[in-house]
Design a protein around this ligand. Structure first.
Ligand code: UDX
Length: 467
């Protein structure tokens, strides 16, 4: 295979992973970013983000002479394809994706790329963005054929490299055969290994990304609501999820009940999809409810803590283990730990927190938290420990040691890391999700509290209570 010349603009999670992986599969890659500090770190062999395996891959690419970093977009001029991987943060006003970085980038690329090159959107952008980008390109270089395509990413933080190199599918949305051929050649090394390439209309590709993320967010929210029901009827969500997930039509993944989904994608993409649908006069009631239910859940988790501490957290020392929105990332964006900590602080608690990678980012969004790099130090003299993220180091905590340093043995396990039976052996009172405590409630307590016709009222009341 003859490697292509590629540019990736934006060296965030998506851009840097994509750049390093493109180099790995044999292409010549130049990564561009306007952030000079970031580029300097990369040029000196540093990695500005935490992503397992990325450092090795970047070093390999650089050593092979196939991966370079620059602040000058002009360096992308000889490329066959230039991938836009810049941020699309939600606009504060309405939650819609802010596309100004994407458009600026397209304008600058259109001005310098060679005839026949393709500008590929990898950033998550609403349907129709490719059409706007194409108009920008035509206006900037009316005389030169430069194509525009969509190639959404499906990378999970923490396993982004494996997701890139061993994808379930690669989606390319092109409106020109020439662009499709270039992208097919870019991904040929992965397709040759048996990974599926799906060619679609550009608008379909744009929507596939949002539809996938909204569906996964809904799947998690569904299982979280089932977890609430399990608590009420003395069932166990792990068993229910196992029984559901073994139906091949449902599948076992993304059925892990937790404190609510967070991260850089699901919260932002579900909101942006709802806004897009509204603009086109289409109602996406399920996605809207997912957004509402997930926000309410994150707040409701703090009530669990207050409940187990008999409604009073004033002056109590609470140790939060895990801050990031999930394990194996330093990302704090929309992490359920943020509303948890803020609500506990508002109720008068003193919060201490442990996280192996997230503390620097946590400092930018939280105040008055005492941070620790050791979970036992964090839990010293604590009145309660809350498990927010299932880092490997948290999964392997020695419960006897934890109990020995705490003032009061209360454990709130929102990731179901510890079986309550195990925690009880060490004297812990445990509150978890998706199952009752060790003493199942008598069956007579399970009288339904409302009739089906009351459902709307009941749901509204529940929401008002948690708001
Ligand atoms: C997600 C998508 O998975 C990825 O395809 C997309 O491109 C970017 O967004 P990411 O945000 O990195 O990836 O994390 P993911 O592993 O999907 O988890 C998102 C959130 O859902 C986390 O808060 C996680 O804790 C939560 N989650 C996930 C659950 O609560 N239960 C699950 O079963 C799975």
């Amino acid at each position: 295979m003859v490697g292509k010349k590629l540019a990736v603009v934006g060296t965030g999670y998506v851009g840097l992973v994509a750049g390093a992986c493109f180099a790995k599969i044999g292409h010549d890659v130049i990564c561009v970013d306007i952030d000079a500090d970031r580029i300097e770190i990369l040029q000196k062999g540093g990695i500005p983000i935490y992503e397992p395996g990325l450092e090795t891959l970047v070093h390999e690419g650089v050593a092979a002479g196939r991966l370079k970093f620059t602040t000058k977009i002009a360096d992308a001029a000889p490329c066959d394809a230039a991938f836009i991987a810049v941020g699309t943060p939600p606009r504060k006003s309405d939650g819609a994706a802010d596309l100004s970085f994407v458009y600026d980038c397209a304008r600058e690329l259109a001005a310098i790329l060679k005839p026949g090159a393709v500008i590929v959107d990898k950033s998550t952008v609403p349907v129709g963005t490719g059409d706007t980008v194409e108009r920008i390109v035509r206006k900037t270089r009316p005389d030169v054929p430069i194509y525009v395509a969509s190639n959404p990413e499906f990378l999970r933080e923490g396993s982004a490299i494996i997701d890139f190199l061993e994808p379930d599918r690669i989606v390319i949305g092109c409106s020109d055969k020439a662009a499709e051929d270039i992208l097919a050649a870019v991904y040929a090394p992965l397709v040759d290994k048996g990974h599926r390439l799906i060619k679609t209309k550009r608008r379909s590709a744009e929507l596939i990304k949002y539809a996938s993320n909204a569906f996964l967010a809904t799947k998690i929210t569904f299982v979280n609501e089932m977890a609430d029901l399990c608590e009420a009827v003395d069932a166990d969500i792990a068993e229910v999820a196992l029984g559901m997930g073994t139906d091949s039509r449902i599948g076992p993944q993304f059925l892990q009940a937790g404190p609510g989904y967070g991260g850089s994608c699901f919260p932002k993409d579900t909101l942006a999809l709802v806004r897009t649908a509204q603009e086109f006069g289409v109602s996406l009631r399920i996605v809207e409810q997912t957004v509402t239910a997930n926000n309410a859940r994150k707040r409701r988790m703090a009530q669990k803590v207050r409940h187990i501490l008999h409604g009073n957290v004033e002056g109590k020392k609470i140790a939060v283990l895990g801050l990031t929105f999930k394990a194996d990332t330093d990302d704090m964006r929309a992490s359920p730990s943020i509303p948890m900590i803020e609500l506990l602080q508002n109720a008068g608690a003193k919060v201490h927190a442990y996280d192996p990678e997230g503390i620097e980012q946590a400092k930018m969004v939280l105040t008055d938290v005492t941070y620790h790099l050791d979970p036992y130090q964090c839990a010293q003299d604590a009145d309660a420990v809350i498990i927010m993220t299932d880092w490997e180091s948290i999964r392997h905590i020695d419960l006897a040691k934890l109990a020995s340093v705490m003032r009061s043995h209360v454990l709130i396990d929102l990731r179901r890391v510890y079986p309550p039976e195990e925690a009880a052996k060490h004297g812990f009172t445990i509150e978890t999700i998706g199952r009752t405590g060790l003493e199942p409630s008598p069956i007579s307590e399970f009288e339904p509290h409302f009739m089906h016709s009351d459902l709307n009222v009941h749901t509204r009341q529940a929401e008002e209570q948690t708001a």
